[in-house]
Design a binder for this molecule. Structure first.
Ligand SMILES: CC(=O)SCCNC(=O)CCNC(=O)[C@H](O)C(C)(C)COP(=O)(O)OP(=O)(O)OC[C@H]1O[C@@H](n2cnc3c(N)ncnc32)[C@H](O)[C@@H]1OP(=O)(O)O
Length: 409
């Protein structure tokens, strides 16, 4: 069998998308969701694998700009809609699409590739490292109280229609994108993503609702949430599902959390995804009772090691030589000297001896500052060859704000 990889033609999209849907279990998406994915498709960056007339593989890349430590917005290929037909699996079609895609990203001058994985195990072999996490939690509001900062009463809250409030919510979102590594600036049509029905347990729940936080007439935050009423013999037993909560300052966020934790006839607040350093953990009286758990979010690959390491800044001055292994993209292999600080960095080829040995996957994991190189070294995935280099690099790669992305793609 030979398969041919080619750029997706708009006339082929429906057939192509059906292959993807089937690979994910064959459940048809809501029409508005399907329409959004079609509008988001950048045809010249999406490909199909064809066995004769039969589409047997799908993959694409969005032209994202990703916030990196230091606040720069760096071009990054957003790898998406990857699938291989069940009849053609484990014959190397995914590998051939990853090959083509990374070569294309390199040719386009994108030094980073990112993805959210259906299964984290798939992408390490192609050099992706797990770079950011999200927290989930359930606040038992019958047992846990909230202590909010001074000034919270000065924030007023207003319920608003989801669509009607979308522009102001998008303004808040856009203001927050540069402040957290791992966030992605909106491309056209992405503003429709928050309007989609939330994934997960929707049965019996209200439609998605929006509450705006305002100060002096300005919108300073919003929450998208749904209420799921429930009654037991003991009375009201409902829950609030928080799909997104974003505030421009601590007080705006606290006002939104206080509102959600006091919705009548509910006894818990389910947080679907928030940064691992999210402030609610310090507002609640008993974080253990909220049972926070972690989930992987962004998997990141350095397409061009030198350019990628120069695109971010570093928490502390560093001068370190990395010996990089990269079997899938061998142009990255070898020794690189990275010097930098909070203002900028240079990363060039060197013949000097290595201070740290690692693969491109570990560099990807550490890149956004959410995974310490020391933690990877503790797992044997980074090897120190100059004493002190590991601490130096681990501190410098850190970020004061945990990386996070509120949505998959
Ligand atoms: C960014 C995104 O879009 S994530 C979405 C990914 N897509 C899905 O999960 C949909 C369902 N799954 C699929 O469509 C397919 O099984 C794919 C795309 C995951 C794999 O496609 P294939 O063409 O079978 O992969 P391919 O044959 O190139 O496999 C390459 C290697 O990865 C391994 N591999 C492939 N899929 C998986 C997996 N799900 N888990 C672990 N290892 C895997 C293979 O065993 C093979 O290993 P080897 O090189 O040691 O032999």
């Amino acid at each position: 069998m030979t398969t041919e990889l080619r750029v997706l033609d708009p006339t082929e999209w429906d057939r192509w998308y059906e292959v993807l849907e089937l690979a994910f279990g064959g459940v048809a998406e809501a029409p508005e969701e399907r329409a959004l994915w079609r509008d988001l498709t950048e045809f010249d960056r999406f490909m199909g694998a064809w066995d004769g007339d039969l589409c047997v593989g799908t993959a694409g890349a969005f032209s994202f700009r990703l916030t990196v430590p230091g606040g720069a917005s760096v071009p990054a290929g957003g790898v998406t809609m990857v699938s291989v037909a069940g009849t053609h699996r484990r014959r190397g079609i995914l590998t051939s699409m990853m090959r083509r895609q990374l070569d294309d990203l390199r040719a386009a001058g994108e030094s980073l590739a990112v993805l959210t994985a259906s299964e984290p195990e798939i992408y390490g072999r192609f050099g992706y490292g797990l770079a950011s996490f999200a927290a989930r939690a359930t606040i038992d509001t019958t047992r846990v109280s909230l202590s909010v900062p001074e000034g919270t009463d000065e924030v007023s809250l207003r319920l608003a229609g989801l669509e009607e409030s979308s522009p102001v919510c998008e303004e808040v979102y856009a203001k927050l994108v540069p402040s957290r590594p791992g966030m992605i600036a909106r491309l056209p049509h992405w503003e429709r993503e928050p309007l989609l029905d939330p994934p997960g347990d929707r049965e019996g729940a209200s439609p998605k609702l929006c509450v705006l936080a305002e100060r002096a007439g300005e919108v300073v935050g919003f929450a998208h949430y749904a209420i799921k009423p429930k009654w037991s013999s003991a009375g009201a037993d409902g829950s609030v599902a928080v799909h997104r909560l974003m505030g421009l300052d601590a007080v705006a966020e606290a006002a939104l959390w206080r509102f959600l934790c006091s919705v009548d006839l509910t006894r818990e607040v389910r947080i679907h995804s928030c940064p691992v350093d999210d402030a609610w953990q310090h507002l609640v009286s008993d974080v253990r009772r909220c049972a926070p758990t972690l989930r992987d979010v962004l998997h990141l690959r350095l397409v061009e090691v030198g350019a990628a390491l120069e695109a971010r800044t570093y928490q502390a001055p560093l001068d370190v030589v990395f010996e990089v292994e990269d079997a899938f993209c061998p142009w990255n292999e070898g020794r690189w000297r990275l010097t930098g600080d909070a203002k900028g960095a240079t990363c060039v080829r060197t013949a000097d001896p290595a201070d740290l040995e690692l693969s491109v996957r570990e560099l990807g994991a550490a890149y956004l500052g959410g995974v310490p190189l020391m933690s990877l070294a503790a797992a044997g995935r980074v090897r120190e060859r100059r004493e002190g280099a590991l601490v130096e690099a681990s501190v410098a790669f850190g970020s004061p704000v945990a990386p996070w992305l509120p949505h998959g793609f």
